[in-house]
Design a protein around this ligand. Structure first.
Ligand SMILES: [Zn+2]
Length: 231
């Protein structure tokens, strides 16, 4: 996703603009204007969280309970623009705003009391230093705020993995399956219901690797939720 110099300039001079359409925001709006929110490509995975194409993708990688995504990912679409802003344009609040929106949708659909803890996929510390925040953690915080479930940083990365793009499914799996570790505090999660969250799901290798590591803490179930996923 490319942004023009003019767009960058406007965002700098008028910071309170919609992350998608760049219109000025009203005080009651948070990172996204009401019109863009009404046009978000919201999926229906939350209606069939245990039987959908995202869950099928994880077959053979990890036996998770359910998988959901807030938005349908499409190149050059709204979801890509949002993810790009969240990752590369220093917009941690956008991740929280998306989490608040998705949390609201989940509550409307009967997900109240479904989880005990929300766990974000960790970022390697050098990347965290460069970006200043973990975008998955921001999403987790938004969900936490709306659903009143604590965020638990139960995982960390032990090596700096190579970039996942341009890798085959098997190569991605080999690349990530050994890099996540469990924090000692995770051992208190025996019997707990965990919602593992990330910004995007492509092959599902990263999420599956994290879920498998979390299972060592013997939670009663692990569900997955991401901001956006493609087919
Ligand atoms: Zn807008």
């Amino acid at each position: 996703m490319r942004f023009t110099f003019w767009e960058d300039f406007l965002a700098l001079v008028f910071p309170d603009t919609c992350c998608v359409c760049r219109r000025s925001l009203f005080d009651f709006e948070d990172h996204l204007c009401k019109i863009c929110i009404s046009r978000l490509p919201v999926t229906s995975y939350h209606l069939v969280p245990r039987e959908n194409e995202l869950k099928t993708k994880l077959l053979g990688l990890s036996d998770v309970n359910s998988v959901m995504a807030y938005l349908r990912f499409s190149k050059r679409g709204m979801s890509q623009k949002i993810l790009h802003q969240l990752k590369y344009r220093n917009k941690p609040g956008l991740g929280r705003a998306i989490g608040v929106l998705y949390g609201g949708l989940l509550l409307q659909n009967g997900f109240s009391g479904t989880w005990d803890i929300i766990v974000p996929v960790p970022l390697h510390r050098t990347k965290l230093k460069r970006r200043g925040y973990n975008q998955s953690e921001m999403f987790a915080e938004g969900l936490s705020k709306t659903m009143l479930i604590p965020v638990g940083r139960l995982l960390y990365r032990n090596t700096h993995t190579q970039t996942q793009t341009k890798k085959t499914r098997l190569q991605r799996w080999e690349n990530v399956s050994e890099v996540f570790c469990l924090e000692t505090v995770a051992m208190d999660c025996k019997g707990k219901r965990i919602l593992l969250v990330d910004d995007v799901m492509t092959t599902g290798a990263t999420l599956a690797a994290c879920a498998n590591v979390l299972k060592r803490a013997q939670p009663s179930k692990v569900d997955l939720a991401v901001i956006a996923a493609g087919k």
